[in-house]
Design a protein around this ligand. Structure first.
Ligand SMILES: Nc1nc2c(c(=O)[nH]1)N[C@H]1C(S)=C(S)[C@@H](COP(=O)(O)O)O[C@H]1N2
Ligand SMILES: [Mo]
Length: 317
């Protein structure tokens, strides 16, 4: 497959936050005036000249909570390929080259092969969705992601009836990802979803945040967001999508099986062996701010609880 440089989104498109926030105010005014979806002054395809991405706002799938700042979201990260401290990814992820980028699709599907990032993204209009995000470490954020439903992408590959799960794999390249030079985790990072979870309309393939192309530390150029699950399910910098018959391995479960399961649904009633999951600290509110209650399925129970009907969520944690 041909690999062509993207004209859609480039890491160099990231403008300084000050500039960006002024644009946001203008955009907010436009939205208030009813011009929803016109978050972009240029014709489609002109995004490489330095402005944000073209997208529409999805209010149906957004929470009514104030988003965390761009700074919180892009400087407090978990991305062990770039170090284990929250401040490591923003410091070290500059070595990740996100162009050219390709994604291998294999397994139980009619359409398989190697696809350029452009092939992957092209048919999908981008939406902004303001989601709750809850890390297993009991902190949380509110994030305006830009992406498109994962299910819309998966359908293009025509999964067969044998495809019961989807596995995702992160890039493995210790030259670009210095953390992979150390046996911190079993590299490359892998994650998986059951097919119905993957096809659920809340499950998002993410390429941006706050109207801009995703910074490397947040998992550029392509990462998953599954808002009712703990953050570790939301795998970053994806290079492979595999349709499989059996429940796939997932990195944190392989590392510490009694602490991290496959399902990892946010559940205040099931504690982590070493800490409570009943409450969370909202990043940005200050370390000593009152912890807030964690909601079942991270507040998305109305939409997703039915997926797990009849399952013992203590056993399938
Ligand atoms: N490849 C990869 N994906 C990953 C991780 C990682 O270390 N490597 N960390 C996970 C965890 S634990 C969390 S909480 C989220 C953090 O996403 P954020 O930095 O965009 O907030 O990414 C998840 N995806
Ligand atoms: Mo996490």
């Amino acid at each position: 497959m041909a690999r062509t440089p993207s004209t859609r989104i480039l890491p160099s498109d990231i403008t300084p936050p000050e500039v960006f926030f002024n644009r946001r105010q203008a955009i907010a005014a436009a939205i208030a005036a009813g011009v929803v979806g016109l978050a972009h002054e240029e014709p489609a395809g002109a995004a490489s000249s330095g402005s944000g991405l073209k997208y529409t706002r999805n209010t149906r799938y957004s929470v009514n909570e104030a988003p965390n700042s761009y700074e919180d979201i892009t400087t407090y990260n978990n991305f062990y390929e770039f170090g284990t401290d929250k401040s490591d990814p923003v410091q070290n992820a500059g070595s990740l080259r996100t162009r050219p980028w390709s994604v291998v699709v294999d397994g139980e599907a009619e359409v398989t092969g190697t696809f350029t990032l452009e092939d992957i993204l092209k048919p999908h209009p981008l939406e902004e969705r303001i989601y709750r995000f809850r890390c297993v470490e009991a902190w949380s954020m509110i994030v305006p992601w830009l992406g498109f439903p994962l299910g819309d992408l998966l359908k293009r590959f025509k999964p067969t009836s044998k495809a019961k799960y989807v596995q995702f794999t992160t890039l493995y390249d210790p030259k670009q990802m210095p953390g992979q030079r150390y046996p911190i985790l079993d590299w490359p990072y892998v994650e998986g979803l059951r097919m119905d979870e993957a096809m659920h309309p809340l499950t998002l393939m993410v390429v941006g945040v706050y109207g801009k192309v995703l910074p490397n530390q947040n998992g550029a150029p392509l990462r998953l967001i599954v808002p009712w699950k703990y953050g570790f399910k939301s795998i970053k910098s994806i290079v492979k999508i595999s349709f499989v018959e059996r429940q796939p391995r997932n990195t944190w479960n392989v590392a510490t099986p009694h602490e991290y399961g496959f399902y990892a649904n946010v559940n205040p009633a099931v504690d982590h062996p070493r800490w409570s999951q009943a409450k969370e600290r909202r990043i940005g509110n200050g370390f000593f701010a009152k912890r807030i209650d964690t909601l079942p399925f991270n507040g998305y129970a109305d939409q997703v609880a039915s997926l797990y009907k009849g399952m013992d969520l203590r056993r399938y944690f």
